[in-house]
Design a protein around this ligand. Structure first.
Ligand SMILES: [Zn+2]
Length: 250
């Protein structure tokens, strides 16, 4: 919270940031009390925390209930991908170079526990322990240089997402793997004229044509689900969402 508030002031101004802080507190206090006094119903697979429910994730323009882990700040998507990375993808056995965009704080220990993978964390802004700044539309890496690329909920905020997808395709090795997702909320993608501060700075809302855009950039795309039972979705506080496993086409 101590570092979060100044960052929000810088991004939105003092008044909106203060309003946001008050909203966060308003939703957080009852959850904190129920976690203290009521029997646990949810657990975080990332850090092992157990409680009644996760904190609400509150942004300027929206709120997601039962969202953020009070201990490691994992969100629904992070918890589900953590389970997939460890159980199905076998991340700890991967080798070579991995390019990780907008590294999720809660997944940091997982990337550190990959002895044979050289992980390069990157973002457009210095935060969350990135190794170097880069613009996904103009990547400072050689062609065919990455065995693995991890890129979640990034392309919504990029000016030219098709150029970004072509860059991801350029730097991925012929036998490499791209694991990518975006918030898909509509039938067709809706482009905005500029970044929307009420929607986490998104420049578009993706539709069901997102995988088609990946295919047009040169990927072979496999549509994935978290593959969790109803009981697991409830226990881990996960909202079902699609993600994409991509390899080079042809
Ligand atoms: Zn956690």
């Amino acid at each position: 919270m101590l570092s979060w508030f100044p960052a929000q002031i810088k991004e939105h101004g003092l008044l909106p940031a203060t309003r946001l802080l008050l909203r966060v507190m308003r939703y957080r206090i009852p959850v904190a009390l129920s976690n203290r006094f009521l029997q646990a119903r949810v657990e975080c697979p990332v850090c092992g925390w157990k409680g009644r429910r996760f904190f609400d994730y509150v942004e300027l323009g929206y709120r997601v209930g039962n969202g953020a882990c009070p201990t490691c700040d994992s969100h629904s998507r992070h918890r589900a991908l953590y389970l997939w990375l460890t159980k199905e993808f076998q991340l700890e056995q991967k080798t070579g170079r991995a390019l990780v965009f907008a590294p999720e704080r809660s997944l940091a220990p997982l990337w550190e526990a990959t002895p044979n993978l050289r992980v390069i964390k990157t973002d457009i802004a210095a935060s969350r322990g990135v190794h170097l700044l880069s613009d996904v539309m103009r990547l400072p890496f050689a062609s065919r240089s990455m065995e693995l690329i991890w890129c979640h909920h990034v392309l919504e905020q990029v000016e030219d997402d098709r150029a970004a997808m072509r860059e991801l395709c350029r730097v991925l090795k012929a036998n490499g793997e791209l694991v990518i997702s975006a918030g898909i909320t509509r039938l067709e993608t809706k482009e905005f004229d500029s970044a929307d501060p009420m929607l986490s700075g998104n420049r578009r809302l993706y539709g069901a044509d997102f995988p088609e855009r990946l295919r047009a950039a040169g990927f072979q795309v496999q549509e994935m689900t978290y593959n969790l039972s109803t009981e697991e979705l409830e226990r881990y506080g996960v909202y079902p969402e699609m993600f994409f496993y991509c390899t080079m086409a042809g």
